[in-house]
Design a protein around this ligand. Structure first.
Ligand code: M6R
Length: 358
């Protein structure tokens, strides 16, 4: 069943190029995403509600929609939704993101928005799920079944759907022209290849690295811009399957408190995306000065300015493709760390694949 792999998690990490290919081909095979974008573009407010990894995909989606369309997007953690549900009216588009389509907190956010006249756009892997059935529009992820409790291929497929939505919204709103639109879609068609090259470039080091800090009590993941949600996802993955305390912050925020914990060899990962090199370089220097074990995940571009203690090189790609180059090593890191610690990454304690209780 695991196709020769020791765990579902690693199998599903390796399945990502295939999953993304099927997501992409599905998205361009019909008009669903174009129609969804047209409708969302006519609404005054755009909200996103999701939980866990799906929430992080929501933050990436927000980043690209805002960058491409210039329109503000408000993201909410599903379980906090009842505190803001009064903001929803019939001029609100709510994008709910849920792999299973059965997360109770996200179902509740969806239902309360619907009752207030909001229009629901669901991104889900299970179209026959509660969310798939009750949403006004459904954009399927087509990732195939995910068995491992840790979300891997479903994260990147959600990110691809969110990015395709952002590009289509850009066109509906008139922020990008036909040529720019075609270029961006063409760029996203390379997401499966980028995941493949990222895995082959980083797998060797990611197998060895966990030995160095599998006994650590704490790890930080820091990033800026698009790197922030990717860092959040890295910390969640690490906590979930290795039980090592992992926190993520916007790198600039680390000076406002978290840096107090830094001592010799405290591991600090920097998720370095485009246009953040200069500022990240100074954050790395601050951590180096306190003897942290700094590790930068970055493409070769301007790497010499960063000066971390260790660099993990990922493929150099367009901004739209950065999640596909930066996320695979992060997934491999938590997977191999769990293995080194003698844990079963497929069955983390206290967690269920689908959370159906509040
Ligand atoms: O099925 P959903 O996408 O709604 O699930 C949301 C979270 O429970 C889920 O992403 C969880 O955080 C994962 N186990 C993370 O790997």
């Amino acid at each position: 069943k695991k196709g020769g792999y020791p765990h579902y998690m690693i199998k599903e990490i390796y399945e990502q190029p295939l999953a993304l290919k099927s997501t992409f081909e599905g998205l361009i095979s019909d008009e669903t995403i174009i129609e969804a974008a047209d409708l969302i573009s006519k609404k005054d407010k755009i909200f996103i509600a999701a939980a866990g990894t799906s929430y992080h995909a929501g933050l990436v989606t927000k980043y690209f929609i805002e960058k491409i369309t210039g329109r503000a997007v408000y993201t909410f953690i599903s379980s906090e939704y009842k505190n803001i549900e009064y903001l929803v009216d019939n001029d609100t588009a709510i994008i709910v993101i849920s792999q299973s389509g059965e997360t109770i907190d996200t179902i509740k956010a969806m239902r309360s928005s619907k009752n207030r006249g909001g229009v629901i756009f669901a991104i889900t892997n299970v179209i026959g799920s509660t969310i798939g059935r009750e949403a006004n529009y459904v954009v399927p992820m087509r990732a195939g079944p995910e068995i491992g409790v840790a979300a891997t291929k479903t994260f990147l497929t959600q990110v691809l759907v969110g990015s395709m939505l952002a590009v289509n919204l850009g066109k509906s709103i008139g922020k990008i022209n036909e040529t720019e639109y075609n270029q961006m879609i063409n760029t996203l068609s390379y997401s499966p290849n980028i995941v493949g090259s990222s895995i082959s470039m980083t797998e060797g080091i990611m197998k060895k690295l966990p030995e160095r800090f599998s006994s650590k009590n704490s790890i930080y993941f820091l990033g800026r811009g698009l790197g922030v949600p990717l860092a959040y996802e890295a910390a969640l993955k690490m906590k979930e399957i290795t039980y090592i305390h992992a926190e993520a912050y916007p790198a600039g925020e680390s000076k406002h408190g978290p840096i107090a914990l830094i001592e010799k060899d405290f591991p600090v990962f920097f998720v370095v995306t485009k246009d953040t090199y200069e500022e990240i370089a100074s954050n790395i220097a601050e951590m180096n000065a306190r003897d942290a074990y700094t590790i930068a995940l970055a493409s070769e571009e301007k790497l010499e300015n960063l000066q971390p203690r260790l660099t993990i090189t990922v493929p150099k790609v367009d901004l739209l493709l950065e999640p596909y180059s930066l996320i695979p090593p992060i997934q491999l890191l938590s997977y191999y760390t769990a293995v080194v610690r003698g844990l079963d990454p497929d069955k983390p304690r206290n967690l269920a694949k689908t959370v159906t209780v509040e």
